[in-house]
Design a protein. Sequence first.
Length: 298
Amino acid sequence: MADDGAPTAPFDRAVLIFNPGRPGMGQRLEELQRDLATDLPGLRVDLLPTDYAGHARELARTEAGRGTPLIVSVSGDGGYNEVVNGVMDVPASTAVCTVLPAGNANDHYRSMPVRTLREAVSAGRVRRIDLLRITFSTRAGERVLYAHSYVGFGLTPLMAIGIEQGGKGKILELISVARTLSGLKPFELVRDDGATARFDSLILANISRMAKYGTVSESHHPDDGRFEVVTLPHAGLVKMALMTLRAVTLGLGHQPSVSSYAFSTREAVPCQIDGEVVYVEAGTHVLVESAPGALATV
């Protein structure tokens, strides 16, 4: 940077990854470019639109492999998940990531300290937060994915999606939750010690809030090397409904925290990772670990 008193960026360019088909995206990008030009004059800004599901991961992987970019995911949780995984595809990358909300679910953004991109860029402070590393092991091999916010099976992740899709306001959200409950089926897991358990809900959370009104934990520290385990053993519709009502009103309170959690699936089961569905086949060993300080962010 020139010696004119302008702040010096800890990155060599800004890269905005976005879905061009989302309403209002053009205006949003203009505002972001203007803010960056004001606070960091001379910083190059690249616009990278996505063309299909998974494209954000490919774009982020390419950008993370050269220089020290600030990769801004202008998206919801799912888009940011793709960007995070793209960066994690590049060992020892020096990329810095952040997300600006532009999707149906923005749980990660709401769980981070409240400040605008201008404020974050002006501060110029890069910090590292934990990710969840999920390893799916089958006879065919291993698959590793990362989550910035949560991994869930059963009620809680489906509740989060149902609330976001069901309309604004607590009444509409509670109606959406009721619809989710009516179609929920319990699932069985096998722990590494051989014990089995049947659950209506299991969620491993690196953040405290999901889907605007769902408070699943009192923890607010996505950088402590641990994550919260929220479980609901199979107990029928009434108990599920009570837990759901508590989550969307009072919150579920303190939950146990761990650095790793492992089990095997007895049957095929869908899994939600940051709101995106991954289908896990029967007999899959699932290992979820905290990846301390894995992601550089502003």
